[in-house]
Write a protein that binds this ligand. Structure first.
Ligand code: PDD
Length: 289
């Protein structure tokens, strides 16, 4: 089932608030021509930001990596205004930010003088952890580039992987590089093996998920051991629980994995995932910084 989202009524574009159908960017914008831009999705619970600094820090890191000069910390007030203008002050929501390098005549060379295109808007999010559901997923080869730590708007490989999963009736596609799981097409990935939580180490093969980091913090607080080491597809026989995390995903258990038309994993337990969901949801209510 494909989730249908509505356009936000208003968007912030380069300093102005505009109706969504009156906001336009140049056809020569480099995000349109080259995918030359960075994005970020920050959650707001009951109208208040959650892990805001961490999200803005990652956005700054990504902008620095591709050498776009822009200070995302200057957008904090605008993010709050987006929530308020969308009438989401009491609701669970997220703010989407996209910073593109800007418009210029098409060339691989980046001109010295170019103005960034900044787009920002708020949209409602449902706390999925409360829904107590699990996902049946598939696994496929990770065909993305070698800088998955950069949250680039060039998401074609992620979109193709996700579409492949949806077309086959699965909720997500878990990506595998040389036999090792990296992450989901739009989520971070965790395994529980002999009671120990495993996840791919940070680096250029995965996005440094903000929810991932929060889940690791929760594990530490609960005295659950975490090993940041990639899990091989052949190790699935030893795995008890698998879950994915993300800003809009929160924490969702995986009930099965299908790989090359064969079911290669069926969940054996759910206690660690349930505990983490419970504490995570509590934190979204308490830790509003
Ligand atoms: N996606 N890995 C990938 C490839 C992702 O696209 C995402 C999130 C995550 C989780 O990161 P975080 O916990 O910081 O949201 C991991 C976002 C929400 C998106 O593309 O809409």
């Amino acid at each position: 089932m494909k989730p249908e989202k509505q356009y936000p009524s208003e968007v912030y574009l380069n300093g102005k608030w505009l109706k969504h159908d009156e906001a336009f960017v140049s056809v020569f914008d480099r995000a349109f021509m080259f995918g030359d831009g960075i994005y970020e999705v920050t959650p707001f619970y009951s109208g208040k930001p959650f892990l805001l600094k961490e999200h803005l820090k990652r956005l700054k890191y990504c902008l620095d990596e591709i050498q776009i000069k822009f200070d995302p910390f200057a957008l904090q007030e605008t993010m709050l205004e987006a929530i308020s203008r969308a009438g989401l002050n009491e609701a669970d929501a997220a703010v989407y930010i996209q910073v593109s390098r800007g418009a210029a005549t098409r060339s691989h060379f980046v001109p010295e003088k170019i103005e960034t295109t900044v787009l920002l808007y708020a949209f409602p999010v449902t706390l999925k952890g409360f829904e107590k559901k699990s996902w049946e997923v598939m696994a496929t080869e990770d065909k993305r580039w070698h800088r998955c730590d950069i949250k680039s708007t060039a998401l074609l490989a992620n979109v193709m992987a996700n579409e492949e999963a949806i077309a086959a009736g699965f909720a997500e596609n878990l990506l595998v590089r040389k036999g090792y799981f990296t992450e989901g097409s739009h989520s971070s990935l965790f395994f529980v093996k002999y009671g120990v939580v495993h996840t791919h180490p940070e680096g250029q093969k995965i996005l440094s998920g903000i929810t991932r980091a929060e889940v690791i913090n929760i594990c530490t607080d609960l005295n659950i051991k975490v090993v940041e080491k990639a899990v091989h597809i052949d190790e699935l026989v030893e795995v008890e629980e698998i879950f994915v995390t993300g800003t809009t995903t929160q924490i969702i258990p995986i009930s099965s994995i299908t790989h090359k038309n064969k079911k290669v994993y069926t969940a054996r337990k759910d206690s660690v995932t349930k505990k983490l969901q419970e504490i995570f949801i509590k934190r979204t209510r308490e830790k509003l910084t």
